[in-house]
Ligand binder design. Structure first.
Ligand code: GDP
Length: 472
């Protein structure tokens, strides 16, 4: 402002002081103050409102129905542990991808596509309703159909019910895959019977739920399952407009030693092209290269296509929604603004410093009612798993609050956040860098490093509950 008025900053600051504003040379002042100040110097101020670029790109312009084209459906596999989710995903992948591609090696990028009757189906590769709901909690809606895997020998189990509820809560149609029908003790009718209790009645029993007997082991029924997926998808009339800038969701992300931050994104509308600039959560990218699930380089990715993207500024989070913006500057600007906002939010809420060792004393003295934790892990999946497990340790006396979680080494920024909010840092398969270590010592931040999730949980549990007053 001083420059604009061709005045010395000292003069301007002096005048501000007289107006009762104690400002430094690089401090921002609001428009009202600036107006009064300028008047003091004999200038008139014209206020220009800066356009909110973020808001501009955040809202999705409606597509003209004429521009919409059919898109492949996106499928998630859910069900009880050991009922064969992973086996089913692998069996479908192997039968329909590798076998048709001589010598083709499929890459695990978090999602893959198969073709059946010349129609594509996109499978999300991380089975389980936990991942599904974690994404949904971040506002991401990626799944069109949920495959509920129920082992024919084991029947409906607690996580089967959870999965049903999660899919229902999201309003996602369910197809039941009754798995392991190769087993001699398989009893598909019992599964169907049990499922009626949860409102899933098989079509052949007069209901509306498609149920397909399959075996991930012998691959029996897999074609039927794909057939049924396409049928259910058809009823949903899934469409998107490939001719517009892309938007979608981050499915998986990690810090790759050689390639830097890598993220698998699912394009949900538009087409993502190499060279595009995008914002995802608090990160941004200039798309340097894209790989499909076969590890092949691609230049473009249309609706419902999963691709691995290189060129991110930092590792985004699974569930982050992305959108393409016109240039790098805009991308950077929006991401930085969001990062600042997030940091501010995280910094608010400070209280006395805590370490895991003296946590109990602080709890007893009533100083601590909340254990704040920052989680850093090598991959997003572990961070998420640890987060959920730790949050579950919350008791009436002490709440476990994960104030931040991220992928990659523990950095100075993490320490500063921990210090400001009295959090401890849990590192899973990562370590603090040299700077972080130095700052942690100075700030007396408690860093705990683990290679086994269970150990981390046990330590926190011991610090919290082992020392809590017994309840009678
Ligand atoms: P997830 O925990 O649901 O992902 O289950 P997995 O895919 O890891 O499978 C659990 C166990 O069941 C493994 O030992 C598999 O080999 C076995 N399994 C999976 N599908 C079948 C199947 O169709 N038939 C038989 N007999 N075993 C299966």
């Amino acid at each position: 402002l001083a420059e604009k008025m061709k005045n010395s900053p000292a003069e301007v600051i002096k005048k501000l002081m007289m107006l009762g504003v104690l400002a430094t040379i690089n401090q921002e002042i609001d428009a009202d103050t600036a107006t009064i100040l300028a008047q003091e110097f004999g200038f008139e101020v014209e206020v220009k409102v800066e356009q909110d670029v973020e808001a501009l790109f955040m809202q999705e312009p409606e597509d003209d129905p004429a521009d919409l084209q059919p898109r492949p459906c996106v499928v998630t596999v859910m069900g009880h542990v050991d009922h064969g989710k992973t086996s089913l995903l692998d069996a479908i992948r192997e039968t329909n991808v590798t076998a048709t591609e001589a010598g083709g090696i499929t890459q695990h990028i978090g999602a893959y596509q198969v073709e059946h009757n010349n129609k594509k189906i996109t499978f999300l590769d991380t089975p389980g309703h936990e991942a599904f709901t974690a994404m949904r909690a971040r506002g991401a809606k990626v799944t069109d159909i949920a495959i509920l895997v129920v082992a024919a020998d084991d029947g409906v189990m607690p996580q089967t019910v959870e999965a049903i509820n999660h899919a229902k809560a999201a309003g996602v149609p369910i197809i039941v895959a009754i798995n392991k029908i190769d087993r001699p003790d398989a009893n598909p009718d019992r599964v169907k019977q049990q499922l009626t209790e949860y409102g899933l009645v098989a079509e052949e029993w007069g209901g509306e739920t498609v149920m397909v007997p399959v075996s991930a082991k012998t691959r029996q029924g897999l074609e039927d399952l794909l057939e049924m997926i396409l049928l259910v998808a058809e009823m949903q009339e899934l469409k998107a407009n490939p001719n517009r800038p892309a938007r979608g969701t981050v499915i998986e992300a990690e810090l790759d030693k050689g390639r830097g931050p890598v993220a698998t994104v699912l394009v949900q509308n538009g087409t993502l092209t190499v060279g595009d600039n995008l914002v995802a959560g608090t990160t941004w990218a200039r798309v340097r290269a894209m790989m499909d699930y076969k590890g092949r380089r691609v230049k473009k990715a249309g609706p419902s296509t999963p691709v691995e993207v290189l060129g991110f500024s930092e590792v985004p989070q699974a569930g982050d929604q992305f959108f393409v913006v016109p240039d790098e500057k805009t991308a950077r600007q929006i991401a930085e603004k969001r990062a600042n906002r997030k940091r501010e939010e995280e910094f608010k809420a400070a209280m006395p410093r805590v370490s895991l060792d003296d946590l109990f004393n602080q709890i007893k003295e009533g100083q601590v009612k909340e254990l704040r934790v920052i989680i850093k892990a090598d991959v997003q999946g572990s961070a998420e798993a640890l987060k959920q497990a730790l949050e579950r340790l919350s008791t009436e006396e002490v709440k476990v609050n994960i104030i931040h979680q991220g992928v990659g080494a523990i950095t100075e920024t993490d320490i500063m956040l921990a210090s400001a909010s009295n959090a401890i840092i849990i590192g899973f398969n990562v370590r603090p860098d040299v700077n972080a270590r130095r700052v942690a010592e100075k700030e007396k931040v408690d860093i705990r490093l683990y290679r086994v999730i269970y150990d981390a949980i046990e330590d926190v549990k011991a610090a919290m509950s082992g020392l809590l007053e017994p309840e009678y």
